[in-house]
Design a protein around this ligand. Structure first.
Ligand code: SAM
Length: 217
């Protein structure tokens, strides 16, 4: 099963599953590090059913939510149908449907461990950031719970923070930092009694103010 098929299948239950895996503290930490301001534009990449988006619109931001799964985007459309500050775009990690240097912040929660190439996905998220904009990623620390690969289509068993730090720096981000969120993601295997508890990290970096012609800093 592909990751897209998996998320299409679980879309209607995702918010309930998400609440069992991790709490609102994760998005609170991410949003606080991004130094958001009302009226700014944020992209929520791998937005799912809108966990991070919900926190951002509460702070008065406009959000472009991107996901590979139309079913997930439909969940969001239903959830935020009364609002006009969220745009829904079907898209893939390698080619985000957002123009260069157009958003103030990019968030990606529990998305990086699903993409084929994490460093390339980071570069693609940096491409859409305005100069001075911030990328904030929250994801799993490296772990050994193989059942997350087979049961939840995780492509990577988390990451070492030093690798994420290097990928941010290679994508030309400045003031890069990684830290623990202070919470673990907990998931129970559907086969047997295996139970995962994996600490969650946050990584943050800022796009430089100077831009060369033709993109990049
Ligand atoms: C674990 S869910 C997290 C959803 C949401 N960010 C949250 O915190 O609840 C991962 C999401 O990333 C999306 N996704 C995974 N790989 C993707 C890719 N290559 N391109 C775009 N979206 C992707 C999935 O469809 C899914 O909605």
């Amino acid at each position: 099963m592909s990751s897209k098929q998996y998320f299409d299948e679980v879309a209607s239950q995702w918010e309930e599953m998400r609440a069992a895996f991790f709490s609102e503290a994760v998005r609170e930490k991410a949003i606080s590090l991004a130094r958001v301001e009302p009226g700014k534009v944020a992209a929520d990449i791998g937005a799912g059913s809108g966990f991070v988006t919900e926190g951002l619109i509460r702070e008065g931001l406009r959000v472009i939510a991107v996901d590979q799964s139309e079913a997930m985007l439909d969940e969001m459309r239903n959830r935020f149908s009364h609002r006009d500050d969220v745009e829904y775009r079907l898209g893939e990690a390698e080619n985000l449907p957002i123009a260069d240097a157009t958003v103030d912040h990019v968030f990606a929660n529990m998305y990086l461990h699903h993409v084929e190439s994490p460093p390339e996905a980071i570069k693609e998220m940096v491409r859409v950031l305005k100069p001075g904009g911030r990328l904030v990623i929250t994801d799993l620390d490296e772990h050994t719970f193989e059942f997350l690969r087979t049961e939840q289509q995780d492509r990577w068993l988390g990451f070492q923070r030093k690798d994420v730090q290097r990928w941010f720096e290679e994508a030309q981000l400045l003031n890069v930092m990684t830290d623990g969120v202070g919470e673990s993601c907990c998931a129970q295997s559907s086969q047997g009694d295996a139970e995962a508890s994996v600490s969650i990290f946050v990584a943050c970096g800022e796009r430089g103010l100077a831009q060369r012609r033709g993109g990049g800093d």
